[in-house]
Design a protein around this ligand. Structure first.
Ligand SMILES: [Zn+2]
Length: 83
């Protein structure tokens, strides 16, 4: 990131979160394949699984073409608050 002075781009809008989630679905089906950036649509977005806790998954998205550099938290479907 930041090789040409651009600030890293964050997943901000609801539309972009939806794009990022669908990109993540494709990536889960084919983790070794090339996937289109959820922001600029160019192939080659890099998705890194940074999940550390059992309650949620973290995925980091990076795209050289547009400068996208952000992480998305995906709550696990089995998550329930501990009462
Ligand atoms: Zn991009």
């Amino acid at each position: 990131m930041g090789t040409d002075g651009k600030a890293p781009l964050k997943v901000g809008s609801a539309a972009m979160i939806a794009n990022t989630m669908s990109c993540l679905k494709d990536w889960r089906r084919d983790p070794k394949g090339k996937h289109d950036c959820p922001n600029c649509g160019k192939p080659g977005v890099v998705i890194t699984d940074r999940s550390a806790r059992p309650m949620a998954e973290w995925y980091h998205f990076h795209c050289d073409a547009c400068g996208l550099d952000d992480s998305l938290c995906v709550p696990m479907p089995t998550h329930r608050p501990l009462l």
